[in-house]
Design a protein around this ligand. Structure first.
Ligand SMILES: Nc1nc2c(ncn2[C@@H]2O[C@H](COP(=O)(O)OP(=O)(O)OP(=O)(O)O)[C@@H](O)[C@H]2O)c(=O)[nH]1
Length: 490
């Protein structure tokens, strides 16, 4: 018994270990795929708002200024020496309100700047330096940034007539306060810094204040450690790219976007250390959760299969000799019957002097008798009755919903059927009889208890001379607990 338990526990342990290893391996694979997926998603999620901000705050004013510079109505106005100031300022004021930016048009012909707020400015050589610098510059669009405390972005786009003659500028300026605030939040959330550089690799604007120009000096891209780690090819790349560079033993992810019309580049700089730690934590947490889920799943499936196997075995276990249900199945059948109602009866049938059949005619003759008796028992019973081989030369009949009188009648009829049956072995007729003990229970008692009482009655029948039917008359709850061993289905 102890050994069986040890074996049982050992088997369970092996199953658990196999399930655990399997679960860990499977969950690691799942988590890995998931982690790669999550990482890409995070990457995407973290970059999308940056590009969103970029297009909303920087590119939009630029595109609007370009569109105005190309519009034929503006060109016609600027080409004329008699500019309709009212019309042009009305137009600029409308656009300004619509897009929440300030615009101006600077005319080369009459050297006047018309602002969207209705004011004008005379473009005199000594007073308005930017105009003459920008005019003489090769760049078609000039981008500039104001001071950090009232941060604004300025774009001046050159206007030409159909013949290619320079007519002046369309200018736009936009406050970048919301851009900087949004980027500060973005930096807190994703750890990125942004850096804008112009065509000379001068840093025009950065979310890291250390890199912004302070009036005395302008920082250059080449002064940044991660840029020095770029290869020559990477430095010259004008495409939209992601690079992974190592700076002082730390991985830094750089995303580069080019603002072609301005000749600017924008870099998003992300030190990966914190993100890697977060990704590792996420991976471990995911692996643990998935492992527990898979392990629990496997164990549940295993236990369900075990229980179904037990149930199946109990239902279908038969005695190999007589093909009658065995003791385990009888218990299972009784449980079913007992749940339904009271008045269940048990008859124990014990072949008389069976030992002498074996001794006289041999063991196979004894087997033959057992099979014949089994057939007789089955023939005598109703469809719902169950006859099982209890062991040796003993049979148990379960009569659901049968009262004492019916039980006695059935037992008596069966006894008579065995007694008058002709058992013929090797052309010799063997006289076989059986003794019967029965008990009717109306309290849904355990099968062990009912059988114990039927057995008492059988004992009386044997003592009374055999080939007899005796009934138990004691109330069932007063029976001393002589418990029959139950047989497990395994
Ligand atoms: N042939 C055969 N004999 C069995 C089988 N199982 C048990 N027996 C025999 O059944 C006999 C039972 O003998 P006992 O318990 O002495 O009972 P009995 O001879 O029937 O005597 P009473 O019950 O007192 O009438 C034993 O000889 C067992 O070996 C079986 O499967 N096949």
């Amino acid at each position: 018994m102890l050994q069986a338990w040890r074996r049982y526990i050992k088997n369970k342990f092996v199953v658990a270990v196999i399930a655990l290893v399997f679960a860990i391996a499977l969950s690691a694979i799942i988590s890995l795929f998931k982690a790669v997926e999550t990482h890409s998603l995070l990457e995407q999620e973290s970059l999308t708002p940056a590009f969103g901000l970029l297009s909303q705050e920087i590119l939009k004013p630029l595109y609007i200024a370009e569109t105005i510079a190309r519009s034929s109505s503006i060109k016609t106005q600027m080409n004329s020496s008699d500019i309709d100031q009212e019309a042009i300022q009305k137009k600029l004021s409308e656009i300004s309100q619509e897009f929440d930016m300030e615009f101006f048009v600077a005319s080369e012909l009459n050297r006047t700047q018309y602002n969207s707020d209705g004011s004008t400015l005379s473009l005199e050589l000594d007073r308005v330096e930017w105009y003459f610098n920008a005019k003489n510059n090769d760049l078609e669009i000039v981008g500039m940034l104001g001071k950090r405390d009232d941060i604004r972005i300025y774009f001046d786009v050159k206007i030409y007539n159909a013949e290619g003659t320079f007519l002046g500028f369309v200018g736009v300026n936009r406050k970048l306060t919301s851009f900087m605030e949004a980027f500060d939040n973005f930096k807190k959330q994703f750890g990125y810094d942004f850096i804008f550089v112009d065509h000379n690799n001068n840093i025009v604007l950065s979310s890291d204040d250390r890199f912004n120009a302070d009036g005395k000096r302008i920082m250059r891209l080449e002064q940044l450690a991660w840029y020095s780690a770029f290869s020559a090819q990477q430095k010259n790349n004008s495409q939209l790219k992601n690079y992974l560079v190592e700076v002082e033993n730390e991985d830094v992810l750089i995303a580069q976007a080019n603002l072609d019309s301005l000749n600017w580049k924008m870099f998003l700089v992300n030190p990966l250390k914190t993100r890697q730690a977060a990704a590792t934590e996420k991976f471990i947490a995911q692996t643990i959760i998935v492992t527990i889920a898979i392990f629990t799943g496997i164990l549940i499936v295993y236990l369900v299969i075990r229980s179904l196997q037990g149930e199946f075995a109990r239902r279908h276990q038969n005695d190999p000799l007589t093909q009658l249900p065995n003791r385990a199945q009888l218990f299972w059948q009784y449980d079913k019957v007992a749940k339904k109602g009271k008045n269940n009866s048990i008859i124990i049938v014990d072949i008389d002097h069976f030992k002498s059949v074996n001794d006289t005619y041999g063991h196979s003759a004894g087997d033959f008798v057992l099979c014949e008796v089994a057939k007789i028992l089955q023939q005598q019973l109703r469809d719902n009755d169950v006859v099982a081989r209890w062991g040796g030369e003993e049979f148990v009949i379960l009569l659901p919903a049968a009262n004492k009188t019916i039980t006695q009648l059935i037992a008596e009829r069966t006894r008579a059927a065995i007694a008058k049956h002709i058992f013929e072995v090797d052309k010799k007729v063997i006289k076989i009889t059986a003794s019967f003990g029965n008990c009717t229970d109306n309290q849904k008692s355990s099968l062990n208890l009912i059988i114990a009482q039927a057995d008492e009655a059988l004992y009386k029948a044997k003592n009374g001379g055999r080939n007899k039917v005796c009934s138990a008359n004691q109330p069932i709850h007063s029976i001393p607990a002589k418990i029959w061993p139950t047989v497990s289905a395994k």
